[in-house]
Design a protein around this ligand. Sequence first.
Ligand code: NDP
Length: 448
Amino acid sequence: MNIDEKLQPILDDVIRRNAGEREFHQAVEEVLSSLGRVIAKRPYYADNALIERICEPERQIIFRVPWVDDKGQVQINRGFRVQFNSALGPYKGGIRFHPSVNVGIIKFLGFEQTFKNALTGMPIGGGKGGSDFNPRGRSDGEIMRFCQSFMSELFRHLGEYTDVPAGDIGVGGREIGYMFGQYKRLTNRYEAGVLTGKALFHGGSRARKEATGYGATYFVQSMLQTKGDSFDGKKAVVSGSGNVAIYTMEKIIEFGGKIMACSDSNGYIVDENGIDLDLVKEIKEVRRARISEYARLKGTGSHYIEGGSIWDVPCDVAMPSATQNELTGKDAATLIKNGVIAVGEGANMPSTPDAVRQFLEANILFAPGKAANAGGVATSALEMQQNASRDFWSFEETEGRLAKIMRSIHDSCAETAEEYGAPGNYVLGANIAGFVRVAESMDALGVI
Ligand code: NDP
């Protein structure tokens, strides 16, 4: 990546001061590499250490999470909340439970979240949290005790005007329910706006569960429309089979596309007849089983491949929706060779820098995660809005607002890319549009 010579020392400093935090370095480098054109046009953005301040989280909280497993053994995990930037509103961003979680991963996610939230145009700052707890194979009781212990520390740092977490990898409606229950108990307040992704009867929003996947699909549909094209009749491959992947597949099917393959962390399934989404939902949302079950239950036309790369499956549209750095330069080369026309990142930073470079050089329509997957947090902000006004909107009303927001994020990325001399480059457009909004807001607040 090419970085402007004025910005290189900032990156060097971030790397030095956050040693070993590889994903965080990668995310900062990716944003800084887009900012050369901005400071050339508006040099005052490089004043008052504004960019350095944007790269430094406002607050980082790391805490012990002790809990008792079903055998009566005491287990210890580490909890994190990085409150990255509150220039535009309360910190907002999900909680991830996965054994790979460390402070560098949470910082990368919080940094990305700050610009993503700015892109939505809504009054939300950026934050992210999580734990190295592995929920896989844990009983319902163990999950509940872990969530309660996690919240027993985190609650003092939250509040509907302070910091509002949501779900992410390993944290869905069940976990949000347990955390909200513990928050309510500890504070003696029914403060529904403190968490989003809640069940409807706790003040959750309709369409929140579907929002990230639907939103990413709307974004890619808008990109296709700029070429007079659509999802209709297209073959798509979606990695993962969690929240984002499932609702991406659902919307693509509704738009007339056919899903060829999806995956989990063990391997992927291919179905020549198009993936049967009801069966995937049954396996993942009800039984919480492995995706390999699909081929066993479905039989003819489908098969399961242990390990390997899902990106070997030929497709018109690729939607990486599992985790960071899951789509490498080699995978990008394979996708391009097989004729991919659009790539939409449902996950956060799923494509490596080499993969992104190849997509851009090959003029593939490429939607970066911080723009394409912003529908989740945007609908979380709609949930906060409903909680504040003690209101409930219909599914159609909420999805309609989501569709409008995604269209506006798409247009703002496209127009910004054009304004800065890189038409069609959504990476540059998203980075600059998000940065400018955060920078303007911070600047107006004085040196904070
Ligand atoms: P889920 O936990 O619901 O699903 C994650 C999926 O990805 C699972 O199928 C999981 O498989 C797979 N996966 C996880 N880690 C790996 C890995 N190392 N290699 C391969 N596959 C893996 O999470 P979400 O769907 O919520 O999140 C997916 C991505 O989308 C993340 O990057 C998240 O940050 C991002 N995102 C989520 C939003 C949301 O609203 N939920 C909003 C915006 C972004 P397995 O079950 O085997 O672990």
